[in-house]
Ligand binder design. Structure first.
Ligand SMILES: [Ca+2]
Ligand SMILES: [Ca+2]
Length: 351
């Protein structure tokens, strides 16, 4: 019936709407499903009424332009004899290729072609099947992101019967798996930050290299805030007294002298000025000589008995000029008859 054609074309005309931002074709790899309704129009010599047609068409998009559909359609028709009309069922099944133009537009025209068959049952001649090819064109209009309104017009050619029919359909195509991806967040370019330099404590003294003014400090030494060894002054006193007018070191000073010698041995950089003194008995000249002899005697004592290097010891006589006690008593004079030395060195403090 011509009214179906008109209805179909009218519905097809709905697709001629302004193209907006939505796209009517999905991304490649998308499956589609299209229910259709329309009209099927037979050639006059087939003695069949034009009638309504229903169809289902699952499809698949290979690219944004190229898609394939498997179409199954049903025609509910009847003979067009003036009397004794008879209901006739027709089935069409075909595989079509569709090519879409301007796929990014909301309104997309396409062309289609396919091959399949038509099977008409219960005709006056019995059942009739035929290979059928079709070609045509259509329009798609994106209603939503996933749903398109669609119109098709196809010329259907049945080879076995040498007849050509016309189909006009409208449908709704649902695009599966098509989702609008949100625009990716712009990647904020971060200003590269140089990694903080790793500061080492190369000598392990607890002071980082950037603060350590004394590299390679032995690990057993105490260090200051600058990473340098802490030194301290250390000294030992030599006190030897002499009998009147004598310059020999008496035996009872051996232990004391040994203690001083141990200091000199422990600190080989230590040196000493050994000072000799006398009381005021006798002339100054004599006492000067005697004081020098006492200093030399003590110096030699260390050289002979403790193997102290001679160059580390210097003997110097001061005569009677540096009394530390009164010369008016025997006790005072005894105190003044002396050799003294204060031996000082610097020692590095250990942990
Ligand atoms: Ca250090
Ligand atoms: Ca250091």
């Amino acid at each position: 019936m011509k009214k179906y054609l008109l209805t179909s074309l009218a519905l097809t005309g709905l697709t001629i709407l302004p193209a907006l931002s939505l796209a009517a074709t999905p991304e490649p790899g998308t499956f589609t499903f299209t229910p259709q309704i329309g009209g099927y129009f037979f050639e006059g010599n087939q003695d069949l009424d034009d009638n309504i047609m229903f169809g289902l068409a699952p499809g698949y998009f290979f690219t944004r332009e190229l898609a394939a559909e498997l179409v199954i359609q049903y025609i509910d028709t009847e003979t067009d004899f003036s009397s004794n009309n008879k209901d006739i069922d027709g089935w069409l099944y075909h595989v079509d290729l569709l090519y879409h133009f301007s796929p990014d537009n909301r309104l997309v025209p396409f062309i289609a072609a396919g091959v399949g068959g038509i099977s008409v049952h219960d005709t006056p001649e019995g059942n009739d099947s035929s290979v059928q090819v079709n070609y045509g064109a259509g329009l798609k209009y994106a209603l939503t992101e996933n749903l398109d309104l669609r119109g098709d017009i196809r010329h259907m050619i049945s080879f076995d019967d040498h007849v050509s029919n016309l189909a006009a359909l409208v449908g709704l195509t649902y695009n599966f798996n098509q989702s609008v991806q949100p625009a990716p967040e712009p990647i904020q370019k971060l200003t590269p930050v140089a990694p903080a330099p790793i500061v080492l404590d190369s000598d392990g003294d607890g002071i980082l290299d950037n603060l350590d003014q004394c590299p390679d400090t032995p690990t057993n030494l105490m260090v200051d805030a600058q990473g340098c060894p802490i030194t301290e002054e250390i000294s030992v006193d030599l006190r030897v007294k002499f009998d009147h007018d004598k310059a020999n070191v008496k035996a009872n000073y051996d232990a004391h002298c040994r203690k001083v010698a141990d200091f000199l041995t422990t600190f080989p950089n230590a040196t000493a000025i050994i000072e000799g003194h006398t009381d005021s008995t006798g002339s100054e000249e004599y006492n000067q000589q005697l004081s020098q002899q006492r200093a030399e005697s003590v110096r030699q004592y260390f050289i002979d008995n403790f193997s102290i290097a001679p160059e580390r010891l210097q003997a110097k006589g001061f005569g009677e000029t540096s009394a530390i006690a009164t010369n008016d008593t025997e006790a005072g004079r005894q105190d003044n008859r002396r050799v003294v030395a204060t031996i000082t060195t610097m020692r590095t403090k250990t942990k």
